[in-house]
Write a protein that binds this ligand. Structure first.
Ligand SMILES: *Cc1c(COP(=O)(O)O)cnc(C)c1O
Length: 409
């Protein structure tokens, strides 16, 4: 390989984030490049969940007054700095899918100017489009799709709300959040940002980019655990504009008054729905303890260094095997490397997994590798690239067992 192992080790010696790796429990022999689907386990998460189990056993229902009930707002405030948001602007609750539905209802339902269309983007993660379809179908609104690569401005006529990902889950391409937000607002529409592949992957600047609404998850780059709760951001001055459609008791102004009628809480709490899992919140909170120590610009620098290292190690062999590298240029890049091989992509990813190099495959033809600066070293990336090269050069992926499809890819 053009890049030497010594060079990778040198980079590790100069890495200001190197110490974080010891705080993650990673299985021996695994090189994990799938933190963009499910983040690795912070060592402290196990004890945190065990402590909540003990609290449940010993304190029973009193636990709700010992930090369980207000976890959505407490964790939201802890998450806010990573997103460029302020105190009281983020609530950790439900998941992206439900949070999108809530924001769509909150934004479209109140419009009196006749705009009834919801625009979602082609090529985005499907749930964003699915939920827009379901919302429109039952609410009598119109769903439209922005074809991938098309000019957004040309599609905003009559649109009340557009749902956009800051970083595309397939290509890893990052939109300019500030410029896009300005454009959408200038056309009289609102934008809901999906931060699934931004939160914990790079510094997000919600306030500074003028964003009013966003959703995201915590089980990908934020390492909150499988099924960890999602989050929802509403800028402080936009929080009292009506009901959100999932008007459950936890979003009520006085949930324990048990009033017959719904009255939304005055603040970000109105975006809660019903009872949440205290266990799930405790795993996420252990991860947020680590995040509190992370300098986001430093994280960004390492993320870009890792993706560049992987590409440098592989450039020649990818070209030889006809694999296309569609990873965006540095300034437009999320924290992933995206490759296209329609014929062998699935089998190559399976052959890599058999060697302990875990990436993932997304139809059609996409090999996706996520780079998580807190628990990946430059040496890890070098070895992952070495395995990749060996899989290609030996034709290992041609083994028929690597073409068998599992339920979750
Ligand atoms: C992962 C992902 C989701 C997942 O939605 P959930 O409701 O958390 O399952 C949504 N949108 C995007 C862009 C994603 O990448």
């Amino acid at each position: 390989m053009r890049v030497t192992l010594d060079h990778a080790r040198d980079l590790d010696r100069q890495d200001p984030l190197a110490d974080f790796k010891q705080h993650f429990a990673l299985p021996e022999g695994v090189l994990y490049l799938d933190g963009n689907s499910l983040g690795a386990q912070p060592r402290a998460a196990r004890d945190a969940v065990a402590a909540t189990m003990d609290q449940w056993r010993d304190e029973l229902i009193k636990g709700w007054n010992q930090g369980w009930f207000d976890a959505p707002e407490r964790l939201g405030n802890r998450l806010a700095p990573l997103l460029g948001a302020g105190e009281g602007e983020v609530v950790v609750t439900d998941n992206i899918t439900l949070n999108l539905f809530k924001l769509l209802g909150y934004l479209v339902g109140r419009r009196s100017d006749g705009r009834r269309a919801v625009l979602s983007e082609g090529g985005n993660f499907p749930t964003d489009g699915y939920i827009a379809q379901g919302f429109c179908r039952f609410g009598g609104y119109t769903h439209r799709v922005l074809p991938e690569g098309d000019d957004l401005a040309a599609h905003l006529d009559g649109v009340a709300v557009v749902v956009l990902s800051e970083v595309n889950y397939r290509t890893g391409r990052r939109r300019d959040m500030a410029a896009t937000t300005r454009l959408v607002h200038a056309h009289g529409a609102e934008v809901i940002w999906d931060l699934a592949h931004s939160a914990g992957a790079l510094p997000v600047a919600l306030n500074d980019s003028g964003a009013r609404y966003a959703v995201g998850c915590t089980y990908k780059y934020l390492n909150g655990g499988p099924g960890a709760p999602g989050f929802l951001y509403v800028r402080r001055d936009c929080q009292e504009e009506g009901w959100q459609p999932l008007s459950g008791w936890h979003g009520h102004a006085a949930p324990f008054a048990f009033d017959a009628d719904y009255a939304p809480a005055a603040d970000i709490t109105r975006f809660r729905t019903g009872t949440h899992s205290a266990l799930a919140y405790s795993a996420l909170e252990a991860s947020l303890d680590l995040w509190a120590e992370v300098d986001m610009p430093t994280l960004r620098a390492k993320s870009l260094a890792l993706t560049e290292l992987f590409r440098d190690c592989l450039a020649d062999v990818l070209a030889t095997h006809g694999i296309e590298d569609i990873t965006p240029a540095l300034e437009e890049r999320g924290s992933q490397v995206s490759l296209i091989d329609a014929a062998h992509g699935y089998a190559i990813v399976q052959a890599l997994i058999a060697r302990g190099v875990i990436g993932d495959y997304r139809e059609p033809g996409l090999l996706r590798f996520g780079f998580t600066p807190l628990y990946l070293s430059h040496e890890d990336v070098w070895h992952a690239a070495r395995h990749f090269r060996e899989v290609l050069e030996a034709g290992e992926y041609r083994d028929p067992r690597f073409s068998v499809r599992a339920a979750v890819t």
